[in-house]
Design a protein around this ligand. Structure first.
Ligand SMILES: Cc1cc2nc3c(=O)[nH]c(=O)nc-3n(C[C@H](O)[C@H](O)[C@H](O)COP(=O)(O)O)c2cc1C
Length: 183
């Protein structure tokens, strides 16, 4: 559990939510899982449609099979569990936004509970189709990603070809009043 004794601590905990790809062996307790799912459940969505369905996967064989669907997600095998995000595939732009929001909330909840988490995308339609088959997802629904959760070692990216770490500066990202204007 992250120690939060002030708003500053809480803001810092949110700021430092990172993609975790290296996990320790060990479980996520049923209480922690429940809290994460509660936070997910209360995520806002387009017209409050709450389009998601979550499949919690903690079977090691299944995690391994999912991890083998794409080179970039081999680390899925090492998490304590993964939460697959299923969507009705009726309004992809809205659902993509909703899925992003719920993913981030799961990751923030995990961080507050002292756990690591990371989003893993299945990628091309053929890979997603295999993931859907493994997870028993109905043909009509989509399942682009899982959020892996577990006790973690580090948020350092172990992949040799991972993206550049860090963030752009606020100067690069923000205008005031109109595009390109500074303060
Ligand atoms: C839409 C989306 C898809 C992603 N897919 C993957 C993925 O398949 N595998 C992976 O290791 N990271 C994936 N990531 C994580 C990004 O690489 C990560 O958010 C970014 O590098 C920033 O990492 P940091 O928060 O640890 O600095 C994805 C992130 C997003 C938003």
């Amino acid at each position: 559990m992250v120690e939060i004794t002030s708003n500053t601590d809480a803001l810092e905990a949110v700021r430092t939510v990172r993609q975790v790809r290296q996990y320790e062996e060990g479980a996520v307790s049923p209480d922690d899982l429940n809290q994460i799912l509660e936070i997910a459940r209360w995520t806002g969505s387009s017209r409050n449609t709450q389009p998601w369905h979550f499949v919690v996967v903690d079977d090691r064989r299944m995690l391994k099979q999912l991890s083998e669907l794409r080179e970039n997600i081999t680390w899925v095998a090492d998490g304590a569990l993964a939460i697959a995000i299923l969507l009705p595939d009726e309004n992809p732009p809205h659902e993509a936004y909703d899925a992003g929001r719920v993913t981030e909330r799961i990751m923030i909840a995990a961080r507050f509970l002292g756990l690591g988490s990371g989003t893993a995308w299945f990628g091309e339609p053929e890979r997603e189709a295999k993931a859907k088959q493994l997870l028993g997802v109905p043909e009509t629904m989509s399942c682009h990603s899982v959020v892996v959760v577990g006790p973690y070692i580090t948020s350092k990216d172990p992949r040799p070809t991972g993206p550049k770490p860090g963030r752009k500066s606020l100067d690069e990202l923000v205008s005031y009043g109109a595009y390109g204007e500074t303060r």
